[in-house]
Design a protein around this ligand. Structure first.
Ligand SMILES: *Cc1c(COP(=O)(O)O)cnc(C)c1O
Length: 249
């Protein structure tokens, strides 16, 4: 093991190397893509990260962090409030009774997966006098265990978005099935982009919904080739590091 003094430097170097490796793979995917022109924003998912790893991410300049549990997001937003330009992203399922703390942390919500939740966010945002940036999560693959709007139903009902005047619907989010089948993964990412284009057409707004949040450690290159603007990457940032809980057995 490293000496206690060397540890923070080791963590920072490891994370910096991982980030750089991912960024160069991102750039190569942009080169291959026929729809992407610039690399997407990299949201560093911290749900498995030790506090020291988060410190390292912040030290090397990372300012977009993602959490899946609202309670942890709220706690960490308070813990790291000395970084004023730090932006939290809520990426995991959100219950209606957890909306307020997530809004108070100024998070971008990627996982708005049903109308009732969207309405609740709109109501509380109105009450707080703000416009909340969010993405609608769509279950493109129609997996029963996954959350998200049904794509056909969302297209059908998209006029309802016009009433959400305390929400800034930036775009859409999806997760690909957990599979080795690249063509299936690609069809899911492409499906989200095409759904976005159809909703744009229907609402007659060519510039709306600019953001697509798709791609994780295992599939971000395919997502970039299909035009994602935000990737949510966790485990790939920390390879070579061991979680304390694991080390301690
Ligand atoms: C955990 C998580 C990620 C990151 O997954 P990795 O495979 O670790 O990159 C991305 N999106 C969501 C919604 C997650 O829950």
């Amino acid at each position: 093991m490293n000496s206690p003094l060397a540890e923070p430097q080791h963590i920072q170097n490891t994370i910096r190397q991982n980030v750089e490796a991912i960024q160069s793979r991102m750039n190569e995917a942009v080169e291959r893509s026929t729809v992407a022109t610039i690399p997407p924003r990299l949201v560093a998912v911290t749900k498995y990260a030790e506090p020291e790893w988060i410190e390292a991410l912040l030290e090397i300049g990372w300012r977009d962090l993602g959490e899946s549990r609202p309670q942890l997001l709220q706690q960490r937003a308070a813990q790291y409030d000395r970084w004023p330009d730090l932006r939290w992203h809520q990426i995991g399922q959100l219950q209606r009774n957890k909306v307020r703390p997530v809004l108070e942390a100024n998070a971008i919500i990627h996982s708005v997966d049903r109308w009732r939740l969207l309405t609740r966010i709109n109501d509380i945002s109105g009450e707080l006098g703000r416009k909340t940036p969010l993405l609608l999560q769509v279950n493109i693959a129609g997996e029963s265990q996954k959350a998200g709007f049904d794509p056909a139903a969302l297209l059908e009902e998209c006029e309802r978005l016009r009433a959400m005047d305390a929400c800034d619907v930036l775009g859409f989010m999806t997760m690909a099935p957990y599979t080795e089948d690249e063509s299936l993964i690609r069809s899911v990412f492409r499906g989200l982009r095409e759904l976005r284009d159809r909703i744009r057409e229907k609402l007659r707004n060519d510039f709306a919904f600019a953001e697509l949040s798709m791609g994780m450690t295992g599939d971000f290159e395919i997502a970039i080739e299909e035009g994602t603007t935000m990737v949510r990457i966790g485990s790939g940032l920390y390879s070579g590091l061991e979680r304390r809980s694991v080390e301690e057995g």
